[in-house]
Ligand binder design. Structure first.
Ligand code: COA
Ligand code: MG
Length: 296
């Protein structure tokens, strides 16, 4: 399952819910958490439940929901939305995998109650509390069969630790955020799930977004969060292997196939061994999955 772009849509905005479906995003995240004011939480929950229920088996973007933390209304969010079969739930501010285990048990019960057959998947925002980074390595061994991917966030973490900014003087992430970003990438890979890059807040800066997405894709992230429909096309493009990458990967695989059983080959004067073959196969798998999503 290759999802390149996840567009956040505030769950209490009828207009944005209407626009999200046409954005070209691979998935929407119908938000019940930080983009919804406290006195509109119940309204948003009802609107999102209705929105999901009105789109059974729809062919557009996958519909995900960002719940509130369990202790802050998240349980009521799950009770309201699971019966409409969202593709997945984004989990904000977990301290570690134990929080996702608890949510998984709630989902087990709700899916059984409501006759939901496709298991709801989970995407934690795994770095939003001061404790969370220390638990990143334990996602891999937590038995979380619903875990689809992991993403990270800088805004809540900086607020949690009382930082005045999360950026360095050059405008890139300050050290703490660079560290947790890399740790999240490694944690996702060690758990065998997707690594999803955090949002790019400066939503009018397309050139900056493109460069930032390309760097994330080169590093192994497979998708990114969007906050504005105008960001979707650039994100989709950056996380789709380019024709040149596909052509190169095809040649790498062909070079190995030419001599079955061989572990190392030369191509264009460069040595290629098994890690290169695996990466080429990954690129071709990604490209095929994206083409299959688009349909014939
Ligand atoms: N989803 C769907 N539609 C959106 C959208 C989104 N995330 N963001 C903007 N739009 C719509 C607007 O409603 C507007 O529609 P209109 O042309 O019919 O008036 C159009 O796209 C252009 O929007 P624009 O005027 O450029 O932006 P804005 O000032 O209205 O909104 C934000 C800016 C940041 C408030 C808005 O993009 C947003 O709500 N983003 C999501 C925030 C969020 O969910 N954050 C949670 C994660 S931290
Ligand atoms: Mg937040």
């Amino acid at each position: 399952m290759t999802l390149r772009s996840f567009l956040f849509v505030p769950g209490d905005s009828e207009k944005k819910l209407g626009k999200g479906a046409e954005s070209g995003a691979d998935a929407l995240i119908l938000d019940l958490e930080d983009s919804v004011a406290p006195d509109r939480k119940v309204l948003a929950r009802n609107m999102v439940a209705e929105y999901l229920a009105a789109r059974p088996g729809q062919t557009g973007p996958e519909l995900w929901v960002r719940m509130n933390p369990l202790a802050e209304g998240g349980l009521d969010d799950l009770v309201a939305v699971v019966r409409a079969g969202p593709a997945g739930v984004m989990v904000p501010k977990p301290d570690g995998p134990a929080d996702l285990v608890r949510i998984s048990h709630v989902l087990d019960a709700l899916e059984r109650r409501d006759g939901v057959t496709a298991p709801v998947r989970l995407l934690p925002v795994a770095t939003e509390t001061a404790r969370a980074p220390f638990a990143l390595s334990s996602y891999a061994d937590a038995g979380l069969t619903r875990l689809w991917g992991m993403t990270w966030g800088a805004e809540d973490l900086s607020s949690a630790i009382g930082a005045r900014t999360n950026k360095g003087p050059d405008g890139t992430w300050a050290t703490t955020y660079k560290v947790v970003r890399s740790m999240c990438l490694l944690a996702a890979k060690s758990a065998g799930v997707e690594a999803i890059e955090t949002l790019y807040a400066d939503f009018r800066n397309e050139a900056g977004l493109i460069a930032d997405c390309q760097e994330a894709a080169r590093e192994g992230f497979t998708g990114r969060i969007a906050i504005h429909p105008a960001q979707v096309a650039a994100i989709n493009a950056a996380f789709t292997p380019s024709p040149e990458e596909v052509a190169h990967a095809t040649r790498v695989v062909a070079a190995f196939n030419a001599t079955p059983g061989i572990g190392v080959v030369g191509l264009d004067g460069k040595m290629l061994d098994i890690p290169h073959l695996k990466q080429a196969q990954r690129v071709l798998g990604q490209a095929a999955a994206i083409a299959a999503r688009r349909g014939p």
